[in-house]
Design a binder for this molecule. Sequence first.
Ligand SMILES: NC(=O)c1ccc[n+]([C@@H]2O[C@H](COP(=O)([O-])OP(=O)(O)OC[C@H]3O[C@@H](n4cnc5c(N)ncnc54)[C@H](OP(=O)(O)O)[C@@H]3O)[C@@H](O)[C@H]2O)c1
Length: 275
Amino acid sequence: MLITGGSGFLGSALVDLARTQGWNVVATYHSRRPQTQGVRWEALDLRDRAATRALVERYEPDVVIHTAYRQEGPHMAAITADGAGAVAQGAYVAQARLIHLSSDVVFDGERDGRYSEADTPQPVTAYGAAKAAAERLVVAAHPAALIVRTSLIYGGPDRPGRHERFVLDVIDGRAEAIFFNDELRCPIEVSDLASALLELAALDYKGILHVAGPDVVSRYEFACMVARAFGRDPARVRGGPSPAAPRRPRNCALDSRLAQSMLATRIRGVRDVLG
Ligand SMILES: NC(=O)c1ccc[n+]([C@@H]2O[C@H](COP(=O)([O-])OP(=O)(O)OC[C@H]3O[C@@H](n4cnc5c(N)ncnc54)[C@H](OP(=O)(O)O)[C@@H]3O)[C@@H](O)[C@H]2O)c1
């Protein structure tokens, strides 16, 4: 199994779980080489499309899980969109099962209710546009790919992710922010997502699949839950509406019932996990 972004938050959880499940794992990093043993680590720069394709083809993996990306910066589109296309080209030549990680922000967030797999992406941010472009490039290069759209990934007190660390930075006075009470997401715990992805690796389902938590919460509610779970006072979390400009995707709630119906892994709601 080749896991791109093995040095990242989801990638490192995937690397750990895949190893315990007996997979022979090759994982990539870009700037930080992890110390995890029992894994073959490869440096990768997704901006180098030829090298990216060559790496995937060289290992002839049975499965590729592509998590690596950039959310911002001058090279965001080259890394997040074109890089994903190169991974997919390599995976196609290697005849590998490909799972590509995508995002709820491919949607504009203007609807009431949840987005299903049949809904059409309409991104309103540069990052959302890059993830939507990545989806198109991946399917064009590897028609049997599985594209998994997910939402805020968190880990709880034992494995906090960047969203949780940011909430703590604000509460503890290292950063300032208002947490939007009109921006809705379906947070998913990182080990639930890793477990679901490894199950999906063994299936042949292709196309789009939404894999996010069942609970819809605002960023403000999420921040209050994080505060409580990490022993802080939720009264220190400031909530408010998101600004009118620049435009942001507000309601990105995903309907993940199809995924849950095919998985043994129970995707827990954030209220169950962080309470
Ligand atoms: N986090 C969320 O809440 C969230 C929500 C929805 C969807 N997703 C999707 O889930 C996936 C994983 O997210 P994450 O939060 O786990 O990511 P993350 O922790 O930010 O990790 C990103 C990974 O990409 C690698 N990377 C960065 N630039 C690269 C480049 N030029 N070439 C190759 N690799 C590069 C990083 O390597 P180094 O660290 O070694 O530099 C790191 O391993 C992404 O596809 C994202 O779109 C995430």
